[in-house]
Design a protein around this ligand. Structure first.
Ligand SMILES: NC(=O)c1ccc[n+]([C@@H]2O[C@H](COP(=O)([O-])OP(=O)(O)OC[C@H]3O[C@@H](n4cnc5c(N)ncnc54)[C@H](O)[C@@H]3O)[C@@H](O)[C@H]2O)c1
Ligand SMILES: [Zn+2]
Length: 259
């Protein structure tokens, strides 16, 4: 048995033993769908642009046009992306009754496109725009149409306030309803599976610690090391799309044998 086989076997057993599993997903979940993450060496977005100049609420307000050009490029890539093998494997795990819900940092809606249920979008979504004046929410197409027709600062029909994508920018707080839903999921789970996240951005960086302190186990699939590797029951440093479908297939056949 290779080292990977042993790890996969252990991962499967953790899933079979658990009663309430939550997946915590990050940008590494989307890379196999063609969406760049932030921190992968060579391909991560932060090697190309400075996060202080883009994607912060301060930079958006002070130079809307420059930020919108960057976001539109990123957005177009997101809108054409399709769920990959990893998203589909999570949906299968849920169909097998082995995944309660997903906490995602991603704004790409690929879990929902793969028909996973109970997905909490911690950082909002690229598919909506929100007014910074009155908080009215619009489909993102309304905002894109205004930008495409040459408007430098897209605006709200109701109050004329500045529209922004309904994703959380740096410097913005997360929504309190979202945070309390996520807290409940973390408090209730007995296995947390972290997938494709550097686990550096708060509050996500805090969730594995909180789950473990409440008695849950942690399992990680991530190409690079994370700060939480030493606290996990199992860590697989590999591509999600190569490993997760194998794990879910074995879980499926083990559950069939039990019937
Ligand atoms: N798809 C998206 O919606 C998207 C894309 C870019 C950034 N973001 C935002 O990025 C922020 C950054 O935090 P983060 O922790 O999610 O991302 P991150 O960029 O900090 O970390 C991504 C991690 O995923 C790993 N990884 C990349 N491809 C992988 C694969 N195929 N299989 C396994 N691991 C893989 C990398 O090694 C890295 O450690 C989040 O706030 C999120 O909102 C989202
Ligand atoms: Zn408004």
């Amino acid at each position: 048995m290779t080292d990977l086989d042993t790890k996969i076997k252990k991962f499967v057993q953790l899933i079979l033993d658990a009663k309430n599993i939550i997946a915590l997903t990050g940008a590494g979940m989307g890379t196999e769908s063609g969406i760049a993450d932030f921190r992968s060496p060579g391909t991560g977005l932060w090697e190309k642009v400075n996060p202080d100049e883009f994607a912060s609420i301060h930079s958006y307000v002070s130079d809307t046009k420059k930020n919108l050009d960057f976001m539109l490029e990123m957005g177009m890539n997101i809108f054409k992306a399709k769920p990959n093998k990893g998203h589909k494997a999570l949906t299968m795990l849920q169909k097998l009754g082995k995944l309660t819900g997903i906490l995602t940092q991603n704004i790409d809606r690929l879990h929902q496109k793969a028909r996973s249920k109970n997905v909490v979008e911690l950082h909002g979504t690229a598919y909506e725009a929100i007014c910074m004046g009155c908080s009215n929410v619009y489909p993102i197409t309304i905002m894109i149409d205004q930008v495409m027709s040459g408007k430098a600062s897209p605006s709200c029909d109701v109050c004329n306030g500045l529209l922004k994508p309904n994703a959380i920018f740096f410097g913005e707080p997360l929504r309190s309803e979202t945070l309390s839903k996520a807290d409940k999921m973390i408090e209730a789970c007995d296995l947390l599976i972290a997938l494709g996240s550097s686990l550096l951005v708060y509050p996500v960086a805090f969730y594995p610690r909180k789950a473990i302190s409440l008695g849950a186990k942690l399992a990680i699939i991530n190409i690079q090391d994370t700060d939480m590797d030493y606290n996990a029951e199992i860590v697989i440093h590999d591509k999600i799309g190569d490993v997760l479908p194998l794990i879910v297939d074995i879980v499926k056949s083990e559950l069939k044998q039990d019937k």
